[in-house]
Structure formats: C-alpha cells, structure tokens
Design a protein around this ligand. Sequence first.
Ligand code: ADP
Ligand code: MG
Length: 276
Amino acid sequence: MRNPIISVKNVFYRYPEGSKKYTLEKINLEFFPGETIAVLGPNGSGKSTLARLLNGLLLPIEGKVIVDGLATCDETNIWGIRSKVGMVFQNPDNQLVAALVEEELAFGMENMGVEPEEMKKRINDISQAMGLTSLLEFPPHKLSGGQKQRVAIAAVLVLEPEVLVLDEPTSMLDPGGRKKVLQELNRLKKMGKTLVLVTHDMSEAVTADRVVVMEQGKVAFQGTPQECFADIDWLAKLGLELPPAAELARRLKQKDLIVPKASLSVADWIEHLCPQ
Ligand SMILES: Nc1ncnc2c1ncn2[C@@H]1O[C@H](COP(=O)(O)OP(=O)(O)O)[C@@H](O)[C@H]1O
Ligand SMILES: [Mg+2]
C-alpha cells in the first residue's frame, strides 16, 4: 500500500471569529500521490476551509494534517509544506499581489531561489499553456475575473508543487478559459501530480479518481464518481445535480430505454455510440 501524501486525521476546526459550532468536525481523509480528488458539497459545507487546512494556512483545533510526513501544526514545517502543496484560492483577488502579471508569476519563484534562466522558461511555458502570454505586462487588478483566475493558477503552477489544491478554479471562467485550465490540469495529472479539486461542476467531478462530498462540516461520502452519482435522491437532498451525461442516462432509464453501463460522462457516451 502506498503512503498518503496528505493525511487528515480526526480534524476539528472552528473559526476564532465564527460561531461556537465547529466548521469542520472529525474529518478523516487520505490523499494518495497521483490521485485526482474532487471535493463536492453545498455552499457553506466547509470545502474551502478543508482546502486551507491542507497546506497549513489554517491549523486544526484538534487532530492533525500531515503532508508527506510533516505535521502542519509544527511551525518549522510550514515552508516545506507550502513548497509541496500549492493552493489556488476561490477568489483570485486574495492571491494576487504584484504590480504586473509577469512579476506575479516570478514572485514565488524568487522566494524559492529559482535560477533566472529557469524562471524565464517556466514563465514562458505556463503563460503559453494558460493563454497569458499577451497579458504579462498588464497589472493583475486590471484583468477580468477569468483572466485573474488563470494568473492565480499559473502563479502556483510555476512553483511545480507535488500537490495542487484548487478551490473552484473554473468558477469565473468562460468556456475557452475553462478548457485551458482543464487541459492544464489533465497534463499535470499525467505528470503524476496529486490534484485536490474543489468544484461544483459535476462534469469535472466525473473525471476524478475519487470524490469526497462534504455536508455541514463533515465528510458525508467518499468513493468513486460512479458510487457518488448512484444515489440521486441523496444528491438532490444536498442540492447537487447529476453530471449531464448521467442525467441523460437516468431519464432514458425512466423511459425503459437501454443505456450503456458506463454512462457518467460524455466520453462514455461517445465510446458507446461511436466506438473507434
Ligand atoms: N473567515 C471566516 N470566519 C468565520 N466563519 C467563516 C469564515 N470562512 C468561512 N466561515 C464559515 O464556515 C462555514 C464553511 O465555509 P466554507 O469553508 O467557505 O464553505 P464552502 O467552501 O463549502 O462554501 C460557513 O458557515 C462559513 O460561513
Ligand atoms: Mg468555498
């Protein structure tokens, strides 16, 4: 059995300025190297809070988060942890600090002491992949929400962390921007990176290896996308939808029409209807 790259062990969390009730309660999760995990759940269920615990931005009140053997509660580990676990925030305005996009991309690498030649190469490669080349001389605050979101993602990617935690990274993107981000995530997955993707887009969740569903600060479910999307009544109660391809399968079944066994994603349907 492989060792997890991140273990969340019996974690409780409460915001100091928040209500007395725990925001996260008794969370136990393991993330394995190379896995893509989608984190789903209604608004306010604790997804962003969980994300922030994974790189030590928030510390558990009880329990432990361990990243590659390093506990986040030990202050001396924090830089080691931050270099392993990159975090893209839900709101890019919380992340962008530099005067120009190019400086934003260089900022973290300068702190890590990356050689100038290597820095240039990484900025070049990531800007191309994320469609940012023409924006390098722009101030981030003048960009659209979607452009900012892509800069925020690129600024983490240039640091080449082993684990990427992305909090709703495609929420502000138009279809073109979304496609670029998803292609880039796919490339990272193929490189063997671990991806924790908080999303409310069910078609993104379908392509994950594993799905975690949060409900009122607790892990309500973890398993494969197939298992997750099997119980529609429960999903509806949480206010979550089926992925469109699975919804199509459900409606066809209601009409007693035969549907392919694998019918969660559009790719499943293409394979079924027009196999190559
Ligand atoms: N900085 C904060 N201070 C106090 N309460 C917060 C803070 N951030 C989030 N919360 C509360 O914690 C709960 C979970 O929030 P969050 O983790 O953002 O959920 P999600 O990302 O699933 O929408 C919510 O009830 C929210 O109001
Ligand atoms: Mg959130």
